[in-house]
Design a protein around this ligand. Sequence first.
Ligand SMILES: Cc1cc2nc3c(=O)[nH]c(=O)nc-3n(C[C@H](O)[C@H](O)[C@H](O)COP(=O)(O)OP(=O)(O)OC[C@H]3O[C@@H](n4cnc5c(N)ncnc54)[C@H](O)[C@@H]3O)c2cc1C
Length: 397
Amino acid sequence: MDLRESREDVAFRAEVQAFVAASLPASLRERVLGFTHLEREDYITWQRILHARGWGAPGWPREFGGTGWSARQRAIFEEACFEGGAPRQMPFGLSMVGPVLMKFGTAAQRARFLPRIVSNEDWWCQGYSEPGAGSDLASLKTRAERRGDAFVVTGQKTWTSFAHWANWIFCLVRTRTDGKPQAGISFLLIDMSSPGVRVKPIRTLDQGADVNEVFLDEVAVPAENLVGGEHGGWTIAKYLLGHERTNIAGIGMCRRLLKRLKEIAGSELKGGRSLLADPLFRRRLSQLEIELLSHEWSLMRLISLEQAGKPIGTEASILKVRGSEIQQELGRLLMECAGPYALPYLPEALDSLFGGETAGGLLRNALAAQYLDLRKVSIYGGTNEVQKNIIAQSVLR
Ligand SMILES: Cc1cc2nc3c(=O)[nH]c(=O)nc-3n(C[C@H](O)[C@H](O)[C@H](O)COP(=O)(O)OP(=O)(O)OC[C@H]3O[C@@H](n4cnc5c(N)ncnc54)[C@H](O)[C@@H]3O)c2cc1C
């Protein structure tokens, strides 16, 4: 196992850093690094810039319009983009339904959907979770009944990220109620403009509205939008979750937060003294930096194994747990920078059109929101408790 960065890797990192510095609009970078809310158009702008450079689908093979990069190059790319203040590339098309279509889709499905994911003409969302089916996903109840050339879908999805911006949703639906719950699930692609689809926002702790409930009432879905055969959805669901988890190590995000934390804690915060001058704060910061470094080495070990053709298993769960813990601790330290100004938090000040004032200034206000927002990372993509069960069952037994 060779964990050193090669000369080519170092040159590639510099190339991506230079590209991000030159191509990312300054106002967008400022908003990303200032932790304010982004608009749909902001994500699309960045995706189109990457697409024009040929970097729209970093994780995809060349034959589908991807870069054909190695896992290490992908990690370098993601880190450089995050550190440079770029919006994240939305995972629902690129890391979820895209790879699913490459493996399980028909030629017609690939030709129709894959190019529109890279160019961001389609915005996808993920319809897995339901009010009674989160960690226990196999208990999902949304029904799809075959009627001639269509499936008629009725049920409810919840926590659907960015459903209010999406024009397509991929859904796990129940096509059979007898037998094992896992054996009666199918994977359907649903046009969000179909009659019977309704999206209702859910307000989160930071008063953001990225997540939604999606109601499906007798929605007719053409049978050609079934992926992987009737009742074959569970295999796809597991395949997709594997992809979701490897992206969730969050190294780029951790590095961005750490860099911002050092900048903010190093600036004058109170009475001419910065937080970095405080020995207690410095100790916590150093400890966290050490933990992040060891987390990065774990990811590199995993990438090295993957490149040697070894399957990734439980290690992905370990990365997910550590990545989310480190992000949350960084969020906690960031909020401490806001001090008492974190308390009178004003959600509307995170909108780009806000022209007013907040106690302590806009940045301090946003630090509180960032702390609240980061609570989610230990829940989505499979909760940390469930990941720990997986680790315990496969490593510690
Ligand atoms: C911000 C955000 C965005 C999301 N986006 C999406 C999305 O786009 N699409 C989508 O389909 N879903 C999405 N989700 C849903 C997410 O996948 C679920 O919230 C998650 O799987 C947990 O399910 P649940 O919320 O139903 O909690 P539950 O499964 O009910 O769990 C509740 C608590 O019990 C614990 N628990 C459950 N089972 C076990 C067990 N066996 N052992 C130990 N502890 C256990 C959990 O860890 C948790 O603490 C999102 C969630 C959040 C917070």
